[in-house]
Write a protein that binds this ligand. Structure first.
Ligand code: NI
Length: 136
């Protein structure tokens, strides 16, 4: 029996989307408000889902306290109230789009989970815009 356990969380962060090799005009036209030179913030919502088999002895798929802790330590503590471009190592050269942030989050959490567990992250950049990544 395959089952999914999810943890929902939230962080606030600033970013700027920009392709350095493009002109200012082209960046502004392509990225719009997200190209603002002085950065801007988003209220990100994150849903982390772990899928696998329930352990027959314990009835657990994963200890939800452990899931809560790794999401806090790996994601919230690292990104909440940060400037993603300036304050983190991940987006010095990688554009901090919702797509790339979701991929980085997936990679950080993947390392903390048993290989038998599947992982999916859904990242909301706004209430209506979200991206999903499962490692494929
Ligand atoms: Ni933005």
């Amino acid at each position: 029996m395959e089952i999914t356990v999810s943890r929902k969380t939230h962080f606030n962060a600033a970013h700027r989307l920009n392709v350095p090799s493009w002109s200012d005009e082209k960046n502004k036209a392509f990225f719009g408000a997200c190209n603002n030179a002085n950065y801007h913030g988003h209220n990100y919502d994150l849903i982390v889902s772990v899928t696998g088999q329930v352990d027959e002895e314990t009835g657990y798929l994963i200890d939800m306290k452990y899931l809560k802790d790794i999401v806090k330590e790996e994601i919230e503590d690292r990104f909440d109230h940060k400037n993603l471009n300036l304050d983190t190592d991940f987006f010095k050269t990688l554009n901090p789009t919702a797509e790339n942030i979701a991929i980085v989050i997936w990679q950080l959490l993947r390392e903390k989970l048993d290989q038998n567990l599947k992982l999916k992250v859904i990242l909301y950049e706004t209430e209506r815009n979200f991206v999903e990544y499962n490692g494929n």
